[in-house]
Write a protein that binds this ligand. Sequence first.
Ligand SMILES: Cc1cc2nc3c(=O)[nH]c(=O)nc-3n(C[C@H](O)[C@H](O)[C@H](O)COP(=O)(O)OP(=O)(O)OC[C@H]3O[C@@H](n4cnc5c(N)ncnc54)[C@H](O)[C@@H]3O)c2cc1C
Length: 397
Amino acid sequence: MAAEVLTREDSGVAVTVYERMPSAGRKFLMAGRGGLNLTHSEPMQVFMQRYGPGQTALAPIIASMPPDAVRAWCEGLGQETFIGTSGRVFPRAMKASPLLRAWLRRLDAQGVEIKVRHCWQGWDDEGCLKFSTPEGDRTAAADATIVALGGGSWSRLGSDGAFVEILRKAGVEVTPLRAANCGVLVDWSEHFKERFQGQPLKRIGLRLGEMRVFGEALVTKGGLEGGAVYALSAAVREALDSVGQARLLIDLRPDLEEEALGRQLGQPRDKKSFSTFLRKVARLSPAAIGLLNEAALSLPHRLGDLSAEQLTCLVKAVPVSVYATAPIERAISTAGGIVLDELGPDLMIRRLPGVFAAGEMLDWEAPTGGYLLQACFASGAVAARGALDWLKKNKQD
Ligand SMILES: Cc1cc2nc3c(=O)[nH]c(=O)nc-3n(C[C@H](O)[C@H](O)[C@H](O)COP(=O)(O)OP(=O)(O)OC[C@H]3O[C@@H](n4cnc5c(N)ncnc54)[C@H](O)[C@@H]3O)c2cc1C
């Protein structure tokens, strides 16, 4: 996005993008596997709250390229967009490849040169950019530089967080990268993980303290993944940091009030096995029943010996002890990065005149829902406008 804005309307600026991978936009393509949620259609005030503590710094950035502008940009590249039932915005094609192809064609037409297999290593003593390439080390002089090196998850797609050390050495404050929008780790019993890994828990409620979300989770060998879990993962991380533990409460029937569920569970079981009773009467899936049994392991009674009242309480709030968030490698995004106070409103790194930064490598985080790409696009555009102004000013000086 920065390269596009820099070369719009014959700006006269020559732009080279250096990419360490053999091709550009690999994480963008990966994001397309889930439909490429570009942004969200909710009211701006609600939208901005998704960025939590980062919202003040991000407000003017996103205001300069708001969700409607992202949609218009996507449509300008020939990819019609639509708003899903959840309010999320996607390209009609529900994938990234046609959009990326059109975007790269546009960049090419605007004269942007993309040099792949160039891994940025910092600056040399003369202030030139240093790269390692398969043909050996290279340097390049630049009048202005924009770094947009991503976060630290899915490193095989390119963004490996190596910038953290490079920028720290240059005196820039960078918060450690940590998994965001990630799964959680739970010490399941052998039986539970063997029997239920890979199975979904659909239409559940998840609670952590005051936070409550609804959606879906997937049981994995080591814990839980999925949209509802990702939405709580920042709060889980905070709880683990501050009190050393995080106890999730899973509501297996969020659609039913306790009273109504209690009436169902108070019905006679007749000759049905207990699992069949739970499946038929309370409409619980095998994985949900497995989760109840798992929770009952730490109770003094077997599940089948609980009263209807006790069972109702358990179905509405199955406790799950989380001992860690899933590793950064498989996270959707990362928290941490360049501390926002290190940047001017034009996204220039104050300590490094002429160097601007954008995207996930800045220290903000947001849940899934299109907020990640939205902030990346908008910050790329702001950094580019900042660099153009800076170049103009320095030419005059
Ligand atoms: C599975 C998955 C699904 C996702 N789905 C969505 C979604 O639907 N909606 C959404 O909003 N977000 C989604 N995201 C997140 C989103 O893709 C990222 O937040 C976004 O791509 C970050 O953009 P960026 O330009 O900051 O970094 P990146 O897209 O990571 O790009 C940074 C580029 O810099 C290159 N690079 C890194 N270091 C160097 C170096 N030293 N030298 C040269 N090049 C370097 C990398 O190779 C990479 O190509 C998803 C992420 C994942 C992993």
